[in-house]
Design a protein around this ligand. Sequence first.
Ligand code: GDP
Length: 299
Amino acid sequence: LDAIVAEPAPKPGLIGRLLAPTEAQRRALDDAMLEELEDLLIAADMGVETAQRVIANIAEGHLGKRVSVEEVKRLLMAEVVRIMEPVARPLPIYAKTPQVVLVVGVNGSGKTTTIGKLASQFRAAGKNVVIAAGDTFRAAAVEQLQVWGQRAGVPVLTAPEGSDPASLAYDAMTKAQADGADLLMIDTAGRLQNRADLMEELSKIVRVIRKKDPDAPHNVLLVLDATTGQNAVQQVKVFQELAAVSGLVMTKLDGTAKGGVLVSLADRFGLPIHAIGVGEQIDDLAPFDPEEFAAALVG
Ligand code: GDP
């Protein structure tokens, strides 16, 4: 019966793969072990530079010592937590309302889903939320956002297909201010095929909403898909050129072996990680917890 009802064995994390639990005895932390460890970090999408830095820090003071699996785990987790702690910050809330959040990211990264989840959380906290479906070129994206709006109990402002997103953003600002909304989230297009167009589109949105509030947008949230691994690094670079990215949401962290990319992002850009997506349901948005993340990554 045990064999039937037993939980499946947990997936071994990085260290499980380096030293199987049966080899729990101590092993010298030598160059060979550090190299193996570095390969594992790179395979988990931590990026070569960040992996090398982490390994160098672990080597310092421990090279040549005999270490147990648990000790290696602790050293690695401490390094990951040290890098991640400064970026683990919830979305900052400003006293002035409506707080305007511009949501950017490539198509498929999880923008729509994240907006829906955030709207639901803010609603649950008693906040008055408005969503603007600013990707006016994708009818399917607008429909999806309407579905999420219904789920979250939040109005979604739309405009005819192909119309100017900046004009919708302006109308949404007007409505959010008139309604005394606490939060306005503006979805945007994620077509990177023509960066010049997208840059112009985003800067025009910013220009018009600043006519209504010179401090807007208060946050520019870049949504990234964790399953794209190191590709996310490139996306941050591109979107930083297109808009003043102020923070990240990392989606699809459920069931990916590429979570190491978060360490790479934190190490390279230092942008706050406001939340993580851990599933497709409305409640599957969690605060980013460095300890929990490090434990799951290291295993
Ligand atoms: P958008 O094109 O950027 O607006 O992306 P969507 O919000 O439409 O999401 C693309 C796909 O990713 C959809 O199938 C979502 O259900 C899925 N998705 C979004 N966030 C998560 C997440 O955190 N975990 C998982 N497993 N799937 C997600």
